[in-house]
Design a protein around this ligand. Structure first.
Ligand code: UD1
Ligand code: CA
Length: 502
């Protein structure tokens, strides 16, 4: 702690060392994605947004992966990690975090599997703690079914005495409906001594964080601790932990409903909102319209006045204003400037960059493809590893042959190029400004500015083909059908077949 800081820093400690056996997964529970981000990242985010200065995460199972995810989501933020190689209880988790929490005036403890927890709720818990000056403030709620939770034991005056875990509770205690939500705030100066006094003398043989409550409720010696406060949550769903995949799906749906309402409040229109998926890091501009079954994933950013039609999926894309994504188009890691039109049924893959008012039509696939303003590829094309200038018209059925079996090569089409239908560009190849490619051409060499490239076999003509070849065969077939129907063979049906073509 520096002597110039206004106040001692406030730290959060996120307990995320457990495996999460009931998820039945190779992935540790806190790394399971919740609306597109690992659960633990949601909690680090909520902690920082509640106003804490530093976040310490207790890591155990897949510690390196958890650490990497948190570090990459919060580069440059004040982060700490405390390894807990053996999970000996929530109190033990906080004990191993002590060195990383040194100097904190207050420690906000959060469990790593409650991704619905809101920053504003944590901020309220912190202010309740400060307002009453207790040694510890716990968050509680009234549960209709308290099974599994620690019960809050109060005296006749309502003063909090202790928390008794479900496994250790008497029948009378099991009947208590006020339960421990899991998050709490503890004064930094009394934390270390109190943690040192915890013992694993309970049904589960664990060091319980919740035993701190009894310790602070009856201060002794030089603790100077002043009791325990309880902050009763009005929206207990926020404290809901995830243990199974079914709970993950349920809570994700709750979060999704809230997110849709938030975006509607901010001026986004939705058709059949219940069918729309929007992940937590997505950003959407005013007056944008989302059709049914749209999925906006990852870090997708959408400008104002856009239209995203039914069934479109956008993953980490950047869209300017007034972009129109037509039905069932899929785009990933693509950037689209103002006024671009895409689809229906288009596939924009990573590294696609479309300039202003570009049009990409149905059954067009792009990858590492840059298209300048006002260029068009309206139908049935593969455009991979290419730089396309402005005002270029790419005809139907155009294919960039970018892969020679070993390496990828680029195709360059300069401004104003006109590409006729059914063209192949065998890369690497460059087509100069205002050049024209005739339909059906396989372009294997560079085309100079303004030239016409034409490469297709010469057309042959056979006069009288219908009269001499097609018509006799058609008539014979017709007669045979007639004979089969009436049972009377006609002369035409029994005549020798003429099938040789010239
Ligand atoms: C805990 C509380 C209980 C409360 C409930 C709310 C204790 C003793 N009990 O019970 O009062 O009602 O949460 O959901 O705290 N963890 C570690 N290291 C450990 C043990 C746990 O990092 O050694 C982490 C887990 O990964 C998890 C969190 O702490 O994220 C909570 O642990 P868990 O075992 O689920 O506690 P509960 O039995 O649910
Ligand atoms: Ca739990």
């Amino acid at each position: 702690m520096s002597s110039t800081s206004r106040r001692a820093p406030v730290a959060a400690c996120i307990l995320a060392a457990g495996k999460g056996t009931r998820m039945r997964s190779r992935l540790v529970k806190v790394l399971h994605p919740f609306l597109g981000r690992p659960m633990v990242v949601h909690l680090v985010d909520a902690a920082f947004r509640s106003g804490v200065d530093r976040v310490v995460t207790v890591v155990g199972h897949q510690a390196d992966d958890v650490r990497k995810e948190v570090e990459s989501a919060f580069p440059g933020w004040s982060l700490g990690f405390a390894p807990q190689s053996e999970q000996r209880g929530t109190g033990h988790a906080l004990q191993v975090a002590l060195p990383a929490l040194a100097g904190a005036s207050e420690v906000l403890v959060i469990y790593g599997d409650t991704p619905l927890l809101q920053a504003k709720t944590l901020a309220l818990l912190l202010s309740a703690h400060r307002a009453f000056g207790h040694a510890m403030t716990i968050a509680t709620f009234i549960a209709s079914d308290p099974t599994g939770y620690g019960r809050i034991v109060r005296d006749a005056d309502g003063k909090v005495l202790r928390i008794v875990e479900h496994a250790d509770a008497t029948p009378a205690e099991l009947a208590l409906q006020e339960v421990n939500a899991g998050m709490c705030v503890i004064r930094g100066d009394v934390l270390e001594a109190a943690l040192a006094s915890l013992t694993p003398h309970n049904a589960q043989g664990e060091i319980y964080l919740t035993d701190l409550v009894a310790r602070f409720a009856e201060p002794s010696g030089s603790d100077a601790a002043r009791g325990v406060g309880a902050f009763i949550l009005t929206d207990p769903i926020e404290a809901q932990g995830i243990n199974t995949r079914a709970q993950l799906a349920q809570l994700e749906e709750v979060a999704l409903k809230r997110l849709r309402l938030t975006w509607m409040d901010r001026g986004v229109s939705m058709q059949d909102p219940g069918s729309i998926r929007i992940e937590s890091e997505v950003d959407i501009g005013e007056d944008t319209l989302l059709g049914p079954n749209v999925q906006l994933l990852g870090k997708t950013r959408i400008g104002q006045g856009c239209r995203i039609d039914a069934g479109a999926l956008l993953d980490t894309c950047e869209l300017g204003d007034f972009v129109h994504i037509k039905a069932y188009s899929v785009a990933s890691h693509a950037r689209l400037a103002t006024g671009v039109e895409v689809g229906p049924f288009a596939h924009l893959r990573s590294g696609t960059e479309l300039g202003e008012r570009v049009k990409v039509g149905n059954f067009v696939e792009t990858k590492q493809a840059r298209m300048g303003p006002h260029s068009k590829a309206s139908h049935l094309s593969y455009l991979g590893d290419c730089d396309i200038g402005r005002n270029v018209n790419v005809g139907a059925g155009t294919i960039t042959c970018n892969y020679d079996g070993v390496d990828k090569h680029r195709t360059v089409l300069e401004d104003g190029v006109f590409v006729g239908s059914d063209t192949q560009f065998v890369a690497p190849v460059r087509v100069g400004r205002n050049a024209t490619i005739a339909a059906g051409t396989t372009v294997v060499r560079d085309v100079p500015e303004g030239a016409l490239a034409l490469a297709r076999s010469e057309q042959r003509l056979i006069e009288g083909y219908y009269e001499n070849h097609r018509k006799p065969r058609e008539e014979k077939k017709k007669a045979a059908r007639e004979a089969a129907r009436t049972g009377h063979p006609t002369a035409a049906a029994t005549a020798p077949t003429e099938r040789k073509e010239s």
